[in-house]
Design a protein around this ligand. Structure first.
Ligand code: NAP
Ligand code: F7E
Length: 349
C-alpha cells in the first residue's frame, strides 16, 4: 500500500487530494497544525482512515517527526498562507510558511529520509501568482516570473528550491504551477466563494449586498477536484518535471458576478455590489491565463468542469448550506451575517 504525506490536508486541495488518494488505495497521513484544530472532524469525515500528525511548517522538528512516522512514498506540500490579500498584512508569516516552509519540508526529507532521496516523490504547490505582471500570454512553464505580492514572492522561492533539490540531490521533486481552482470547499475569503455565498444569501433575504474590490481583474478558474488529479499524475511519471495546470480560459470578476447572480434569477446585479477600498490590493495581477499543453500531452490531464458549471456548482452548494443553516437554527450562522472573516479586516496598506 503506497503511503502519502499531505501538508495542508485541512485546506480545499488537501481534502480533495486526501479523498483521491484513499480512493486509489493509499495510506494517507495528514499534517495538522495547532493544539485544537477545528477542521480535524471534517478531514476525518471526508478522508476515511487518514492518520493525522501534529506539525507546523514553521517548525522543522515536527516535520522531521512527521516524515519519520509516515515513511512516505509521496509528499504533497500543500500547506501555506494561501490568501494573497493577507500576504501584505502578514508578510513575514507568509515568508516563513509559504516560502521557508518548503525549505523545511525538503530538509525534513533529507534529514529523515536517509541517503537515498530518489525513493521519495515530492510535489510542491506552486502558483500562477509567480507570473504576476505577466511577460507573455498565455503563461507556460517557460514564462519568466514577476510576482506582485509577498505570497507570489514566497511561492517563487519555493518553486526554485524544489527545482534546486531535484538538481542538487536527485530528489523526485515536481512543481505544479497551478492557476486558480475553486470549489464549494473554497475558503470564504477568496472572491469566487465570497460571491457564491453572498449571492445565495442575497437570494434568501439574509444579506443585502456584497462589498468587493477590483472587478476588472481576470483569472483562469478551474475546479479543484480536477486539479488534485494533475498533482497525483505528476508524481507517477518516470522523471520529475514542472507543469502548468490551467483551463486556458480567462474571465473577469464581472463575468463571475454575471453567472453567479443569473443562477438565482438576478440579471442586473449592480444594486447588490458595493465597491470597498479595503478589498483592492497594493499591487494587482491584472490577467492570468495558462497554457496547459504540456500537462495535457505528458500527464494526459485535462479539466472536466468549465467556468459556468463551476460557478453554478458553488452557488448551488451555498444555497443548500444556507437553507440548511436557517432551517436548523432558525437564523443565519452568526459568523456569516455580514461577510464572515472579511468583516473584521482593516484597510490594506
Ligand atoms: P487553503 O485552503 O488555504 O489551505 C491551506 C492549508 O495550509 C490549510 O490546511 C492550512 O491549515 C495549512 N497551513 C497554513 N499554515 C500552516 C502552517 N504554518 N503549518 C502547516 N499547515 C499550514 O489552500 P488551497 O486552496 O487548498 O491550496 C493548497 C496549496 O496550493 C497552497 O499552498 C496554495 O498556496 C496553493 N495554490 C492554490 C491555488 C488555488 O487556486 N487554490 C492555486 C495555486 C496554488 P489550517 O486549516 O490549519 O489553516
Ligand atoms: O482574488 C479580486 C482580487 O483572492 C482573485 C489563491 O488561491 O489563486 C488565489 O489567489 C481576484 C483578485 O484569488 C475581491 O483583487 C476583487 O484580482 O480569489 P482571490 P487570487 O489572489 O487570484 C492563486 C493562483 C493562488 O495561488 C492563491 O493561493 O479577485 N477581488 N474583489 C477580490 N478578491 C477577494 N479575495 N476579495 C474581494 O473582495
Amino acid at each position: 500500500m503506497p503511503r502519502a504525506l499531505i501538508t495542508g490536508i485541512t485546506g480545499q486541495d488537501g481534502l480533495y487530494l486526501g479523498e483521491l488518494l484513499v480512493g486509489r488505495g493509499y495510506e494517507v497521513f495528514g499534517l495538522v497544525r495547532g493544539q485544537s484544530n477545528p477542521k480535524v472532524a471534517t478531514v476525518e469525515r471526508l478522508v476515511p482512515g487518514v492518520v493525522l500528525l501534529e506539525g507546523d511548517l514553521t517548525d522543522l522538528p515536527s516535520l522531521i517527526g512527521a516524515v519519520e512516522i509516515s515513511q512516505p512514498d509521496e509528499v504533497y506540500n500543500l500547506g501555506a498562507i494561501s490568501f494573497v490579500g493577507l500576504s501584505w498584512k502578514q508578510a513575514e508569516l507568509t515568508g516563513e510558511t509559504t516560502g521557508m516552509g518548503v525549505l523545511r519540508v525538503l530538509e525534513a526529507l533529507r534529514i529523515a529520509g536517509g541517503n537515498d532521496l530518489s525513493r521519495v516523490r515530492f510535489y510542491q504547490a506552486s502558483s500562477s501568482e509567480m507570473f504576476g505582471k505577466v511577460r507573455e500570454t498565455p503563461q507556460r512553464e517557460t514564462t519568466p516570473f514577476h510576482p506582485r505580492s509577498p505570497y507570489g514572492v514566497a511561492k517563487t522561492f519555493g518553486h526554485y528550491l524544489t527545482v534546486n533539490y531535484r538538481e542538487s540531490y536527485g530528489l523526485f521533486a515536481c512543481s505544479g504551477m497551478l492557476f486558480n481552482h475553486e470549489s464549494p470547499r473554497r475558503g470564504i475569503e477568496f472572491v469566487t466563494r465570497k460571491i457564491s455565498r453572498a449571492v445565495a444569501r442575497i437570494s434568501l433575504g439574509l444579506q443585502d449586498s456584497v462589498s468587493l474590490g477590483n472587478l476588472e481583474s481576470r483569472r483562469d478558474w478551474g475546479f479543484a477536484g480536477d486539479y488534485v488529479d494533475a498533482m497525483w499524475r505528476m508524481l507517477q511519471q518516470d522523471t520529475p518535471d514542472d507543469f502548468v495546470v490551467a483551463t486556458g480560459e480567462t474571465h473577469s470578476i464581472r463575468e463571475l458576478l454575471d453567472v453567479a447572480f443569473a443562477r438565482v434569477g438576478i440579471e442586473d446585479w449592480s444594486g447588490y455590489v458595493r465597491s470597498d477600498p479595503r478589498f483592492f490590493r497594493p499591487a494587482e495581477v491584472d490577467v492570468l491565463v495558462g497554457d496547459a499543453s504540456k500537462a495535457r500531452e505528458v500527464l494526459g490531464w485535462k479539466p472536466r468542469v468549465g467556468f459556468h458549471e463551476l460557478v453554478e456548482m458553488m452557488v448551488d452548494a451555498d444555497l443548500a448550506a444556507e437553507r440548511a443553516e436557517v432551517s436548523h437554527t432558525g437564523s443565519a450562522h452568526p459568523d456569516t451575517v455580514v461577510g464572515g472573516l472579511e468583516r473584521n479586516w482593516t484597510a490594506a496598506p
